[in-house]
Design a protein around this ligand. Structure first.
Ligand code: ME8
Length: 663
C-alpha cells in the first residue's frame, strides 16, 4: 500500500471569486484526499491561486488597486469559500509567495543552464481569457464565435522552452504508463496531440512587471502558465522544505478540468523531465459542470448567470451540494446543475432515504431501549440479518474499489445499496410491531442493533463525500471520535461495537427542502434584486440579466388592503455593517429586529460607509423569503428612497424599540 498520497487541484485565476464549476473540482479532490486519509495514508492536499495573469492586471486597474492588493482580497475570498465547502487542503499556495518565486527561479536557472531555454522572436496571437499563445486557426475560431476582443497580436523578443526535445521521452512515458492520464478518452486526446508533434513554447512576457522575472533576463517576466505549473512542486516543499519535498513528490494525482489537459499532460511533464524530477503518477481530468446547460465562467459570473457555489450550500448545507456534485456528475464527464435536479435528488435521496433511515432508527432506540443497543449473542442468526450484514460488507468493498478508481459517483451508489438495504430491513422486520409484544423484545434488540450498525458503517463510508453529516450521524449513534478523521479500519467486523449508548431521539439529519420558502426559477434562487430603487436609465442594468423585471418608476396597479397585510414591516437597529468581498455595491448588515439577530444584504455600499450605519434605525421587510446574494444569505430587505440624487434610507423620525411593527 502507498503510505503517502499527494493530490493537487488546478490553482485558480483570481480575476473573480470561485463558481460552481471550480468548486466542483475542489470538492472532488477533497473527496479523494479524505478517502486516502481514511486509508491511513500520509496525505498532502494542495490548492492555491494563480495570480500572475494579465487579467489580474486589467481587473486591478479597473478597481483602482495594485495587482497585489487586488489578489490579496480575492485570495482571501477564495479561502473563505473553500472553508465553507469543508475543503481539507493541507497547503494553500499563492503564486505571489516568496517560496514560489524561489522554486520558479531555480527551475528557470537549471533549464537555461542546460540549454533548454533559448531566446527567439515570438510572433503570434495571445488569448487573454485562457492566458495562452494560440495558433491562427484557434484565433479564427474565437473570431467566428464573436470573441475577437480576447485575442491580441504579439511580436516580442522572447524566451522559448525546448518542448520538442522531449517528444520521444513523452511518447515513451505514455506507452509505459497507460494510466498516466485518466479517464481514457482524455488520454486519447492528449496522445493525438502528441502524435501531431510538439513545438517549442514561449515562456516569457515583455512589457509588464506583473510576474516572476527571468533570472537571466530580469526585464521580462515568466509566462503565467510556466510559473503556475511549477506550483505543484513548490507546494510539496521544493524551495522551503527539502525533506518534505523528498517525502511528498511525485504527486499521485493532479486533478484538473478538461480545458487545461494539454498543459498538464504534455508541457508540465516535459518541464519535469528537463528539471530531472519524477513525473506525477496520474493526471485526472474532470468534465465541466454547466448551470442549466450553460457554461459558467468567471468573467460571465459577475453579472450574468452567476451561481455562487454557496447558494446551494448555504441554503441546504455544504454536504448536500458536495453529495449532488459527486454523485450526479459522472466523474470525467460533463454534468448539469439545475435547482430542480438538485432539490429532487436532495429530497429523494438525502431526506427520504439516508435521512429517513436515521430518523427511523434513532427514536426507536431512544424510546424502546432507553438509548441503548447492545450487541446480541445471535448476531446474523437470521436470514434477514445476514443479508443486511452482507450488504454492508459488499458496500464497503465496493466503495473502496470505486474511490481508489476515482469514481466517486460509483462509490456513493455502492454506499446507497446499503442505505436501501437498511430501509428494506426496517420494512421487513417492522420494529415498531416488535416493540408491542414482550415476547418479541429480544428480536427488537437484534433488529435495532443491526440498524445502528448499518448506520455506523454508512457514516464512515460516506465521510469522504459528506464529512459534516457523517460526523453528525456518528455522534447521533453515541460513538466517540470524529468520523471525519477516523480510519476506515475503525469499522472492524460487522458487530464490532459492543453497545451503542446515549442515543437520543434527535431531529432530521436532512430536513426536507422547504421549496415554498425560496422562489427558485432555475436561474438561481430569485434573490430580491438589490433593494435600491432604480436611478433613471441605470436601474434595468443594475437589476441584472435574467432577473424577472427591471425596476421602474412607473405607477403600479392598485393592491388590496389584504396585500398590504402580507408585508411584515419592522424597525431594525443596525448592529454591524460590513463590505462584501468582490461586490462593490453590497453591504452585509447585522440587525437587531426585536431580539432576534438577522442579517440582510443591501445594495447601498456606494451610498453609505459601513461604519456610519452602526446604530442607525431602518425599516425592513421582515417576512421576505431568504435569498443568497454573492454567497451571503439575506434575510429581508430594507426600504430606501431614491430621488435621482442618491439613495436615502427610510428611517423612523425618532428612536423606537427595535422590532416595532410599521403599518
Ligand atoms: O485554468 N466546471 O484556472 P481557472 C468544472 N489558473 N470545472 C471548471 C469549470 C466548470 N464549469 N470552469 C473551470 C486555470 N473549471 C489555471 C490553472 S493550474 C497550474 C493553472 C476548472 O480558474 C478548470 O478546468 O480558469 C480548472 O481546472 C479550474 O477550474 C481552475 O480554472
Amino acid at each position: 500500500m502507498n503510505a503517502r498520497y499527494y493530490v493537487t487541484t488546478a490553482i485558480d485565476y483570481v480575476n473573480n471569486l470561485p463558481h460552481l464549476g471550480t468548486a466542483y473540482e475542489k470538492i472532488g479532490a477533497d473527496c479523494f484526499a479524505r478517502w486516502h486519509r481514511q486509508k491511513g495514508e500520509a496525505v498532502t492536499f494542495l490548492m492555491g491561486t494563480d495570480e500572475h495573469s494579465q487579467k489580474v492586471v486589467d481587473k486591478a486597474r479597473e478597481a483602482g488597486q495594485t495587482p497585489k492588493a487586488f489578489c490579496d482580497r480575492l485570495a482571501q475570498g477564495f479561502e473563505e469559500i473553500w472553508r465553507e465547502l469543508d475543503l481539507s487542503y493541507d497547503v494553500f499556495l499563492r503564486t505571489t509567495e516568496p517560496r514560489h518565486f524561489a522554486t520558479v527561479k531555480s527551475f528557470l536557472e537549471k533549464l537555461h543552464a542546460q540549454g533548454d531555454i533559448y531566446p527567439s522572436l515570438y510572433k503570434g496571437y495571445y488569448d487573454v481569457a485562457s492566458e495562452s499563445f494560440i495558433t491562427e486557426r484557434e484565433r479564427d475560431e474565437l473570431v467566428a464565435k464573436g470573441e475577437a476582443e480576447r485575442v491580441s497580436w504579439v511580436e516580442e523578443e522572447s524566451w522559448f522552452f525546448k518542448l520538442s526535445k522531449y517528444q520521444g521521452a513523452l511518447e515513451r512515458h505514455f506507452a509505459s504508463h497507460p494510466d498516466f492520464v485518466e479517464p481514457a478518452h482524455w488520454a486519447n486526446e492528449v496522445r493525438n496531440v502528441l502524435a501531431g508533434g510538439l513545438l517549442d513554447v514561449c515562456i516569457s512576457r515583455r512589457g509588464t512587471t506583473w510576474g516572476i522575472p527571468l533570472p537571466f533576463d530580469p526585464a521580462v517576466v515568466t509566462y503565467v502558465w510556466f510559473d503556475a505549473l511549477i506550483n505543484y512542486v513548490t507546494g510539496a516543499g521544493y524551495a522551503d522544505d527539502r525533506d518534505r519535498f523528498a517525502r511528498t513528490w511525485p504527486a499521485d494525482c493532479h486533478v484538473i478540468g478538461k480545458d487545461i489537459s494539454r498543459f498538464h499532460c504534455l508541457v508540465w511533464p516535459a518541464m519535469l523531465l528537463a528539471a530531472g524530477l519524477e513525473l506525477p503518477r496520474k493526471v485526472l481530468v474532470h468534465g465541466f459542470v454547466y448551470f442549466k446547460g450553460k457554461k459558467i465562467s468567471k468573467s460571465e459570473g459577475a453579472n450574468k448567470i452567476y451561481l455562487g457555489p454557496l447558494d446551494a450550500a448555504r441554503l441546504f448545507g455544504t454536504d448536500a451540494l458536495r453529495y449532488f456534485l459527486l454523485r450526479h456528475v459522472t466523474y470525467g464527464q460533463d454534468g448539469n446543475f439545475t435547482w430542480a435536479l438538485f432539490l429532487d435528488h436532495y429530497d429523494a435521496e438525502l431526506a427520504n432515504e439516508l435521512g429517513n433511515l436515521v430518523s427511523r432508527v434513532r427514536p426507536l432506540i431512544a424510546k424502546e431501549q432507553a438509548g441503548r443497543a447492545d450487541r446480541p449473542a445471535d448476531l446474523e442468526g437470521d436470514a434477514l440479518d445476514r443479508a443486511l450484514a452482507e450488504a454492508a460488507r459488499s458496500a464497503r468493498a465496493e466503495c473502496a474499489r470505486r474511490f481508489d478508481a476515482y469514481e466517486p459517483h460509483r462509490a456513493i451508489e455502492a454506499a446507497w445499496e446499503l442505505v436501501q438495504a437498511a430501509n428494506r430491513y426496517v420494512d421487513q422486520t417492522q420494529p415498531w410491531h416488535l416493540a408491542r409484544e414482550a415476547s418479541s423484545r429480544a428480536r427488537l434488540g437484534v433488529v435495532l442493533y443491526q440498524l445502528a450498525e448499518a448506520t455506523r458503517w454508512l457514516a464512515l463510508l460516506l465521510a469522504p463525500v459528506i464529512p459534516g453529516k457523517a460526523q453528525e450521524i456518528w455522534a447521533a449513534l453515541g460513538l466517540a471520535g470524529d468520523a471525519r478523521s477516523l480510519p476506515i479500519a475503525t469499522l472492524g467486523q460487522w458487530g464490532a461495537v459492543e453497545a451503542f449508548v446515549g442515543i437520543v431521539r434527535g431531529g432530521a439529519i436532512f430536513p426536507r427542502a422547504d421549496r415554498a420558502s425560496i422562489a427558485f426559477d432555475d436561474e438561481g434562487p430569485s434573490a430580491p434584486a438589490e433593494p435600491v430603487p432604480a436611478t433613471k436609465g441605470g436601474g434595468a442594468k443594475a437589476a441584472g440579466k435574467g432577473k424577472p423585471k427591471a425596476k421602474s418608476d412607473a405607477p403600479l396597479p392598485p393592491i388590496s388592503v389584504d396585500d398590504v397585510g402580507k408585508l411584515e414591516l419592522r424597525v431594525a437597529t443596525i448592529t454591524a455593517a460590513h463590505k462584501i468581498e468582490g461586490a462593490d455595491k453590497l453591504l452585509r448588515l447585522e440587525l437587531d429586529v426585536g431580539g432576534t439577530p438577522r442579517q440582510i444584504v443591501s445594495g447601498i455600499a456606494q451610498h453609505y460607509a459601513p461604519e456610519a450605519l452602526v446604530g442607525a434605525q431602518i425599516v425592513v421587510i421582515a417576512n421576505l423569503a431568504p435569498a443568497v446574494l454573492r454567497g451571503v444569505e439575506s434575510q429581508g430587505m430594507l426600504l430606501a428612497a431614491d430621488d435621482g440624487t442618491g439613495v436615502v434610507l427610510v428611517q423612523p423620525a425618532r428612536a423606537v424599540a427595535s422590532g416595532a411593527r410599521v403599518r
